[in-house]
Design a protein around this ligand. Sequence first.
Ligand SMILES: [Ca+2]
Ligand SMILES: [Ca+2]
Ligand SMILES: [Ca+2]
Ligand SMILES: [Ca+2]
Length: 300
Amino acid sequence: MRKLLFLTLLALGTLSACKNDDDINPDNEGPVYVPRPIITTSSAYISKVFEFLPAPGQFVNQDGLGTPDGAQKLIGKSGNGTISLGGFGGYVIFGFDHSIVNGNGDDIAVYANAFEGSSEPGIVMVMQDLNGNGLPDDTWYELAGSESTNVATAKNYKIIYYNPKKVGTDVQWKDSKGNKGAVLANEYHTQNNYYPTFAKNQDSLIFEGTLLPNNKSINNMGWVILSAYKYGYVDNYSDEYKAKKYNSFDISWAIDSKGNKVQLSAIDFVKVYNGMNQDGGWLGEASTEVSGAANISLLK
Ligand SMILES: [Ca+2]
Ligand SMILES: [Ca+2]
Ligand SMILES: [Ca+2]
Ligand SMILES: [Ca+2]
């Protein structure tokens, strides 16, 4: 009986889904994506910064590194400015004056401030302007990096930070694993509130994404070492970064929220967020820095 009911519902569902022509052919569903071409005046570099929302951290609210004005300096050739994304989940969203086509191999370069022993891996997401309104209000896809299949990587991780409403003070957090902790204030950065005072919500902030495994170790000199992952992250001192001073990303690495591969012919928007929730002792929280990005096919 239950089976019969199920089949009946299934048949009704099929009938209602076929009630107009648009629904029969999946190609007719939704808007058609129209990439923006490269023209003679196109710039290889970021043309627009849409949003900067760092998670709490020692450089947040600090001029240049941790303000929305500082984030606008990512526009144009890399080297104009650097922003810190703060703790886990903090992000920046930017775009270009053309769509970046998914060509053979790597497509997007992201500049940062990594060096030997200082990798603070950030995750890249990409989006097509499917509705053609020029705004990043469509669907984000993560670009899978080398730790995507690591069992210690946590997908759909969530964290909430509470505004201490005081300068130079620890910022308490709780996460979806049931942990509690704090972004710890340190003696070198006592001038600002670590919580972004320009965020809309001045009580708490929730960030969600993929949490990468910790990369911290202490060497025999007693120094804190933040090791690089193999590929696929921003602010990551990989072999490639050593050679090129940037990390590069292939749009073909795109996956959906369930981890399935997604084919994207081109993209319009890029989001970089800090994938680490790790305290670095006197170094403060691990926080991805970003100092620019480019369409690799237009470099040189
Ligand atoms: Ca590619
Ligand atoms: Ca859009
Ligand atoms: Ca940092
Ligand atoms: Ca860094």
